[in-house]
Write a protein that binds this ligand. Structure first.
Ligand code: WTA
Length: 572
């Protein structure tokens, strides 16, 4: 079958000739864009903010346009520098030091961005937590990281089990009221009395900057550890893939609790000196289109789930708004359906550019560039300076059209440098010498475009968020009615996958719709709303191996009406 191709419509792209650049590019070239190339002194927050604040051209340029239904604020690069400096001083005053973990658990607000940048400026390692996390999820992450300070809000504080976290000494509350106990600080009060001048902590490029927790198929969430050096790739992919130009108004819809919201919601735009729009509050098609119209967004980075929800809302909603400012649209997180791309051409007059990467990779590795033909359904081609391949389990590179492990030649600038306190897990990604094994399966065509096929582990991607089935299963069996639980991703037209749980009840409990609802609410309140199973099915018994492991692949086969395959390891 002839592959569908969408012609190039962009005239002047930052990456005009992909083939030539892929042949010739050296990462040393990208490094020359930064001041530390000469001085050897590094700090990613300095490069993202202060460098522009100290330049005549950009100091009064808008860095952040923040809005939510109750609030609208704008900050220039000079103002962002001042605010993040103040927060750096707040942390120093209470004794936070280089290498300490500082976590942020709050909704998107300007304060989140000041805290994020200020912590990095003093050499702390920042850990953003998604606001929807409930107590167990928050505890796991703060415990594992041994965070010493947390920025949060009074509304979210009840979900932080402070007494059970001996390392956590300082709680900085945004929106604090009244007298605070020892160890608690009022964010705005402290900011007001802190100096706007800061001695930046100059660090080594391999020093720690950020930990993002991501779900695996077994065990607790993994702390993916990134260093300052990642900024080189944030910057360069911002140029090539997001195609940033001086006058762009950029909107990344992701929350900084997820890696897209930091690598591309903070670093890539600001390292490139671009105006960054942040919209808080809940998703609604009208709200999103209004955001594009009101701020004249030119470059828009979102996710397949969002595009599918916008598509489901219908073409008439689109027509109510002036979206003519848009010039470049991109997607990440799960497979982007060709159908969605065709719809985007129709209603936005834009090709939606798919990009592929992971929390572990730190930045985009495979993409569709503005200057390149798009083959709908393909993730695109590796960024210059990076080699991707399909390999078998022994490390042999496979020819075009053969499915196998999507692997990346090590290293690249934004590669994770560790899984926090878990070297064994880290080694698993590099079990084949010279390669990073992504856990995704894919094939490559004869022109070097990569085509996603699926996850090789059981990680569920639902609405663009990774959920580990084990975490959900563990939570389910804590419910008094649940004896055993097995969790799978079930294909869903809007969310990509939804979480489906198979549950065996304890003696004395009867299956009922009310019980399903109760169990669902339990996971929602204990773990996170996005991790609660949308579907629950009761079973007398779950398929298990002789060693007692729930066989998720059998559950999946049941669900999809497929053959169950080899059952030799299943208990009777
Ligand atoms: C999936 C998000 C298909 C993939 C930045 C990967 C994709 C996981 C794509 C990482 C894509 C990401 N097409 N699948 N373009 N992009 N994925 O860590 O399975 O939240 O391994 O990072 O999302 O998700 P994570």
């Amino acid at each position: 079958m002839e592959t569908e191709r969408l012609a190039v419509t962009v005239k002047e792209a930052n990456l005009p000739d992909y083939e030539k650049t892929a042949r010739e590019f050296d990462w040393k070239e990208a490094e020359k864009a930064f001041s530390w190339y000469e001085t050897g002194k590094v700090n990613a927050a300095y490069e993202a903010i202060d460098r522009h604040a100290e330049s005549e051209e950009r100091k009064n340029k808008l860095a952040l346009i923040y809005s939510d239904p109750d609030r609208e604020e704008r900050y220039t690069f000079a103002e962002m520098k001042e605010q993040s400096n103040r927060f750096g001083n707040v942390l120093r005053k209470i004794g936070v030091q280089k290498g300490d973990r500082v976590f942020i658990f709050m909704p998107r607000t300007p304060e989140l961005y000041f805290s994020f940048l200020g912590a990095i400026k003093i050499g702390a390692i920042i850990g953003p937590l998604f606001e929807a996390f409930m107590e167990a999820a928050v505890r796991d992450r703060l415990e594992n990281s041994e965070a010493v300070a947390l920025v949060t809000t009074p509304a979210l504080l009840p979900r932080v089990p402070v007494d059970e976290l001996p390392a956590l000494k300082h709680i900085i509350l945004v929106g604090a009221q009244g007298e605070l106990p020892e160890g608690y600080y009022d964010f705005h009060k402290e900011m007001a009395s802190a100096s706007p001048e800061l001695d930046i902590e100059w660090v080594d490029r391999e020093d720690g900057m950020l930990i993002h927790y991501t779900s695996g198929s077994t065990g607790k969430p993994k702390g993916v550890y990134h260093v300052h050096n990642a900024m080189i790739q944030h910057y360069q992919t911002g140029k090539w893939v997001l195609d940033f130009k001086e006058d762009d108004v950029y909107w990344c819809t992701a929350d900084p609790g997820w890696v897209t919201g930091t690598s591309y919601g903070i670093f890539a735009p600001w390292l490139n000196g671009v105006t960054n729009v942040v919209r808080g509050g809940r998703f609604s098609p009208d709200d999103w289109y209004q955001t594009i119209e009101k701020y004249r967004v030119t470059v828009w980075y979102s996710a397949p789930t969002a595009f599918r929800m916008l598509m489901a809302a219908g073409d008439d909603v689109v027509k109510k708004y002036d979206l003519s400012s848009l010039r470049h649209v991109l997607s990440v997180g799960e497979p982007l359906n060709p159908e969605v791309i065709r719809w985007g051409m129709k209603v936005y007059n834009q090709r939606i550019h798919d990009t592929w990467w992971m929390t572990e990779t730190g930045a985009i590795l495979i993409a569709n560039y503005p200057s390149m033909e798009i083959k709908p359904g393909s993730m695109g081609r590796p960024i210059p300076g990076v080699q991707a391949a399909i390999i078998d389990d022994n490390g042999n590179e496979l020819p075009p059209y053969q499915m196998g492990n999507l692997a990346i030649r090590t290293p690249w600038p934004s590669m994770m440098r560790a899984i926090w306190k878990n070297p064994e897990k880290y080694q698993e990604y590099f079990r084949i010498p010279g390669w990073y094994i992504s856990g995704d399966s894919a094939y490559m065509d004869e022109e070097g475009y990569f085509w996603f096929q699926g996850r090789l582990d059981d990680v569920i991607v639902t609405g663009g968020k990774n959920v580990g089935p084990f975490e959900v299963e563990s939570k389910l069996v804590e419910h008094p009615a649940v004896a055993e639980a097995g969790v799978i991703g079930k294909p869903d037209p809007v969310r990509g996958q939804i979480i489906k749980a198979f549950v065996a009840l304890r003696a004395g409990y009867q299956p009922s719709e009310e019980l399903k609802e109760e169990i669902r609410t339990y996971v929602k309140e204990k773990l996170a709303a996005h991790a609660a199973p949308r579907e629950i099915e009761f079973k007398d018994k779950l398929p298990k191996t002789r060693s007692g492991k729930i066989m998720r692949r059998v559950l999946k086969a049941w669900e999809l009406g497929l053959p169950t395959g080899d059952l030799s390891t299943m208990e009777d």
